[in-house]
Design a protein around this ligand. Structure first.
Ligand SMILES: [Zn+2]
Ligand SMILES: [Zn+2]
Ligand SMILES: [Zn+2]
Length: 109
């Protein structure tokens, strides 16, 4: 699907709040995969995880769009429409620090 919904307006250039699910880490819980809020950069765990903190964040804040925060994944999800978009604009690339540096050096040429 390439068409968009009005929630694309809620997407901001975000900085990830963490590299893990902080809410799970605080509980000593484990998570399956990470999702990132595309409005504020909140990182939370997916709905397959016990606590589903990404969903909890959406319910708490009303921020509608999340993206995958797993390496190599570019998709996102609109909660209100329950729609999947791939690639989702605004999904931050999660690279290994070294790969990130290499990419920057290559781009500078
Ligand atoms: Zn939508
Ligand atoms: Zn969590
Ligand atoms: Zn948010």
């Amino acid at each position: 699907m390439t068409d968009r919904c009005e929630h694309f307006d809620a997407i901001r250039p975000v900085t990830p709040s963490a590299q893990r699910c902080e809410a799970c880490a605080a509980l000593g819980a484990r998570w399956t995969r990470l999702r990132i809020c595309l409005t504020c950069g909140h990182v939370g765990c997916c709905e397959d995880s016990v606590h589903a903190h990404a969903l909890a964040h959406h319910l708490e804040t009303g921020h509608p769009m999340i993206g995958s925060f797993e390496r190599g994944e570019t998709w996102g999800w609109c909660y209100p429409h329950r729609r999947y978009f791939d690639p989702m604009p605004g999904v931050p690339k999660r690279r290994a620090p070294l790969a990130h540096l290499v990419h920057r050096v290559l781009r500078r040429r």
